[in-house]
Design a protein around this ligand. Structure first.
Ligand SMILES: Nc1ncnc2c1ncn2[C@@H]1O[C@H](COP(=O)(O)OP(=O)(O)OP(=O)(O)O)[C@@H](O)[C@H]1O
Ligand SMILES: [Mg+2]
Length: 225
């Protein structure tokens, strides 16, 4: 029987684009024909409010995107494994910024964790705790990727990061883009937002879409190797 791949996106630090990455990766995965379940593990339920405008729901919910469904960790735990394996190729877990017992349990449950980070001294310091915890739970660290990268400030820092993290730092780098907030306000993944607004797929605006597509490719390549 085919087994669903379970991927957590986690960093103990808040506001580093965990949820943004889940949403845009789910979109990229579904474009690649991967049936994807997004699991909100954060009580904020940001994925739920992103995908649905009404404030109620039960079980596994269809989003408006073919190939993307949604549930919460609580509801997920009552699903049987066979259902998940039959219905989904990938399950993406959006974790809260905490190292609670629940979070540790979820880290243990998934196959691989990817860690988004911004660039900075505190971020480098915090990463050790995160990667140690992933290791303690016996889970694979898929890689660390930089988000909200701003070339004018971050060029040197990313080199320092690479020296420290070596091949744990992924090649894909997600740039800072004001479109992220606009697209979230409109309730759309960034690429869907550009398509809806007829933004031609050239120029700097699309950099962030290309970056998320490249991150999705990197993850799919690694997980399916
Ligand atoms: N590449 C980006 N460029 C600009 N803004 C971004 C980018 N990625 C995320 N943001 C913004 O940063 C904020 C935090 O993002 P997000 O909610 O995805 O982080 P998070 O790690 O899930 O936060 P939390 O720890 O609270 O769960 C949001 O307002 C989001 O719109
Ligand atoms: Mg979040």
């Amino acid at each position: 029987m085919k087994t669903t791949k379970k991927i957590g996106i986690f960093n103990n630090k808040g506001g580093v684009a965990k949820t943004t990455s889940i949403i845009n990766l789910a979109y990229a995965f579904s474009k690649n024909g991967k049936r994807t379940l997004v699991v909100d593990c954060d009580n904020q339920e940001n994925c739920f409010s992103f995908f649905f405008s009404d404030q109620s729901g039960n079980g596994i919910l269809d989003t408006e995107y073919e190939g993307i469904k949604h549930t919460t960790w609580q509801r997920y735990t009552s699903l049987d494994v066979a259902t998940c394996n039959n219905d989904f190729d990938y399950i993406l877990f959006d974790l809260p910024p905490a190292l609670s017992d629940d979070v540790k349990l979820i880290i243990k449950h998934v196959d691989t964790v990817y860690v988004p980070t911004m660039l900075g001294e505190f971020e480098i310091q915090g990463l050790k705790k995160v990667t140690d915890e992933i290791n303690n739970q016996g889970t694979k660290l898929g890689g660390i990727f930089v988000t909200m990268y701003q070339a004018k400030n971050d060029k040197e820092l990313i080199e320092q990061f690479r020296e420290v993290l070596q091949n744990r730092l992924m090649n894909s780098v997600i740039p800072y883009s004001t479109t992220v907030r606009e697209s979230q306000k409109a309730g759309l993944p960034i690429e869907a937002y550009f398509i809806e607004r007829n933004v031609p797929p050239i120029g700097t605006a699309w950099k962030i879409v290309n970056a998320y597509n490249s991150l999705a490719d990197e993850i799919l390549r690694e997980v399916e190797a």
